[in-house]
Ligand binder design. Structure first.
Ligand SMILES: Cc1ncc(COP(=O)(O)O)c(C=O)c1O
Length: 487
């Protein structure tokens, strides 16, 4: 290598003296492997990076091969490839030159670090479910079978709505458990609630349209709406759900409302029938769409699931979105959208334009789990497990907080909200959270407009119960001592 470097220095010295021929190659790379590909790659990098400027003369193939100690045809092949790339030109009888017209060299900047926000998995994180070995084994079996028995139709391009068995199973399930009477034709399988919302916005709304969103609400989907250039109209939520009267005042002409009527996120409020009717009335009058996000209705702890808004909509203004994220797990990336028939072709076209169609094997496997009763049994088992986790966490929190936190123990879902007394200084909730060393979302982090009330959104599913109760105690203690210092 020392000798080779000296060779390169010699080449550079000569070429710089002659000025017309310049060469500055990463010699070590070339010498490690003597084929034409690395020589070509090194020369290409030197040209594209601007180290070999336009119109400069490359050494003759004979010179370079001799000096680098590689066979001449290696250099000839590399030069030929550069010629095909358009990076060099040959002049008859006068050798090979770097092309006279090249794009400006690619600026060498420090590689920026990519910031990827993967949601936390720590205690109280939302979106966690129990990793049930029984379920996983069964899922593995049906997936293996589906792959092993794949027909040509399963491995080619498919229906933009997703595979028929899962759409049928979802339609059956929604009819039986959510009161949503839908045809499998109108069900689209998507890769998550956000994709469902995005497809509806792409198909049915225009950039700049105003959309009602609950405040507090699910910021994740709100960000999706912003990404497709919707204008968010925050509408407050009270004990009866989204306040439709306020919505009409601040956004009468909105084109859609994104709501979680069965179990409002994050407050847990169920929208009253009066409000549901008022919302449907507004949608009919305004010709607006209601995007109903029904994300955790399977987990109702004291009675059967409530009827969805889509189940009482007689005017086809509701687009229903459900997900397997809570029923099974988030990593599946499987959700479903029920679209009114009148606009089905538009949403299907949006889906096809987006990514053609969803992958089919996991869909078929999940359809099998629905058909053979595995999913229903899993939900029953998880209901017991999650109810237990909810009770343990609530008890630990209330005990430690000594009355400083007000807890709404939910009858549904996988999270609960612990409220701080109103009127605490800004940053109090964040301070308590830091003192407790927990990573719960704050209520204020789900708001668009400021409120005097803050609190903690506590996911209780899918966490180790000991860790959960320990974290609940830490949070309760932190709240109590923070408030004691203020007293
Ligand atoms: C309000 C709400 N909607 C939807 C979801 C599920 O979203 P996805 O289907 O994208 O996993 C969640 C998950 O935590 C949620 O809280």
């Amino acid at each position: 290598l020392v000798g080779a470097r000296a060779n390169l220095e010699a080449i550079l010295a000569t070429t710089l003296k002659r000025r017309s021929t310049i060469l500055d190659l990463p010699l070590a790379t070339m010498l490690e492997s003597r084929g034409p590909a690395p020589v070509h790659a090194s020369l290409r990098a030197a040209i594209v990076g601007g180290r070999l400027p336009a119109r400069s003369r490359l050494p003759s193939t004979r010179d370079l091969s001799r000096q680098l100690g590689v066979r001449r045809n290696v250099i000839v092949s590399a030069y030929e490839q550069l010629l095909v790339d358009g990076l060099v030109e040959t002049r008859v009888g006068d050798g090979t030159y770097v092309a006279s017209r090249l794009p400006p060299p690619v600026a060498r900047t420090a590689t920026p670090t990519v910031q990827v926000n993967t949601p936390s998995r720590r205690v109280f994180a939302l979106g966690q479910t129990y990793v049930d070995p029984v379920l996983l084994r069964r899922l593995a079996t049906v997936t293996r079978r589906r792959v092993a028995l794949a027909m040509p139709a399963d491995v080619g391009y498919g229906d933009p709505r997703g595979s028929e068995p899962l759409r049928s199973a979802v339609a059956l399930y929604l009819r039986a458990s959510r009161g949503v009477l839908c045809d499998p034709d109108c069900v689209l399988i998507v890769s998550g609630t956000q994709q469902g919302v995005r497809l509806c916005a792409d198909a049915l709304l225009e950039p700049g349209d105003r959309v009602w969103v609950e405040d507090p609400g699910y910021r994740v989907t709100q960000r999706t709406l912003l990404a497709v250039r919707m204008r968010l109209i925050p509408v407050p939520v009270d004990a009866a759900g989204l306040d439709v009267v306020v919505g009409r005042k601040v956004g009468r002409s909105a084109k859609a409302a994104y709501v979680t009527p069965t179990h409002q996120f994050p407050t847990g409020v169920t929208m009253t029938m009066e409000r549901r009717v008022a919302l449907l009335d507004w949608a009919r009058e305004a010709k607006a769409w209601i995007l109903e996000d029904d994300y955790d209705s399977e987990f109702r702890y004291d009675g059967p699931p409530l009827t969805a808004l889509a189940g009482i909509d007689g005017s086809d203004r509701v687009i229903y979105i459900g997900t397997f994220t809570k029923m099974l797990f988030a990593g599946l990336r499987l959700a479903y959208v029920v679209v009114p028939r009148a606009v089905l072709d538009r949403v299907v076209a949006a889906r096809a334009a987006h990514d053609r169609f969803p992958p089919c094997f996991m869909e078929r496997a999940v359809a099998d789990l629905m058909a053979d009763g595995t999913l229903a049994a899993h939900i029953r088992r998880m209901r017991t497990r999650y109810r237990n986790a909810r009770d343990m966490a609530a008890q630990a929190l209330l005990q430690a907080a000594g009355g400083t936190l007000q807890l709404r123990v939910p009858t549904q879902g996988l999270h609960m909200v612990a409220y701080l007394p109103p009127g605490l200084p800004k940053g109090a909730a964040a301070q308590i959270r830091a003192n407790a060393d927990v990573q719960a979302w704050l209520l204020s982090e789900t708001r668009i407009q400021h409120s005097r009330v803050d609190g903690f959104i506590l996911g209780f599913a899918g966490h180790d119960v000991h860790e959960l109760t320990a974290a609940a105690s830490r949070l309760g203690n932190a709240a109590r001592s923070f408030l004691a210092k203020r007293a």
